[in-house]
Write a protein that binds this ligand. Sequence first.
Ligand SMILES: Nc1ncnc2c1ncn2[C@@H]1O[C@H](COP(=O)(O)OP(=O)(O)OP(=O)(O)O)[C@@H](O)[C@H]1O
Ligand SMILES: [Mg+2]
Length: 261
Amino acid sequence: MTSSVTSHSKMLNAALVVDNVTKKYASGTEALKGVSLTVPQGDFYALLGPNGAGKTSLIGIVTGLVNKTSGTVSVFGHDIDRETEAAKSMIGLVGQEVNFNPFEKPIDIVVNQGGYYGVPRSIAIPRAEKLLSDLGLFEKKNSKAMELSGGMKRRLMIARALIHEPKFLILDEPTAGVDVELRRSMWEYLTTLTQGGLTILLTTHYLEEAEKLAKNVAIINKGSIVAQGTMDEVLSLYKGGADDKYATGKLESVFLELTKK
Ligand SMILES: Nc1ncnc2c1ncn2[C@@H]1O[C@H](COP(=O)(O)OP(=O)(O)OP(=O)(O)O)[C@@H](O)[C@H]1O
Ligand SMILES: [Mg+2]
């Protein structure tokens, strides 16, 4: 009884509840084999796993881009199958692949995205300018997007994802291809956003940064969660890695131990 009460209140307070989700692609690949996880409101949550583990598939399901095979997902209590629009409106997505029109200007890319969510231009324009300025792109707002560097494109994706003021920001490898200094300022920016109440779920292969910044973490391997909990709980699985001369942190050792082939 107690446990069902606890899990119910946990669900009411959660930004995201994924319950026993499976995904089998038409090709036959079983990308997710019964994944369950809960992202508390206001969390900075890291979803970690090697290439091909199922991270992008899971994000695709949560954001409505990929159909799940079975299981349930709810976003701030809205079931993604029954209350699709309500769930979607709460999410901002920074996808793994850069996917804006290279001939458009950053300011238009961000403002037009607001249009899809019903944000009037009179509100979207100043909001987009503020976002572009916070992300160091203000001078580039009227350039063609194709003229931005790789790191600038990633930051433009973040500005675009925030234009409708989502409560939940999902980022699939936002720091891939971003230099050290910019990566640090991006983590800093994301941390500031969570302090303002935004919930963040991200994937990254930079484990030493995730170790410092994420509150909760899940490690996924071959479609199954192999560890999850607070960062301290997951780090407590560390059994010493003296023989690993490349390890840059405890999380990396735990990750390798749990995901080795
Ligand atoms: N559209 C698709 N059709 C068929 N199989 C797919 C499709 N998308 C992904 N897969 C397969 O599903 C599995 C999980 O892929 P996914 O992209 O979710 O992994 P990932 O954890 O995001 O990896 P990475 O770190 O490389 O981005 C892989 O075996 C992949 O080949
Ligand atoms: Mg991926």
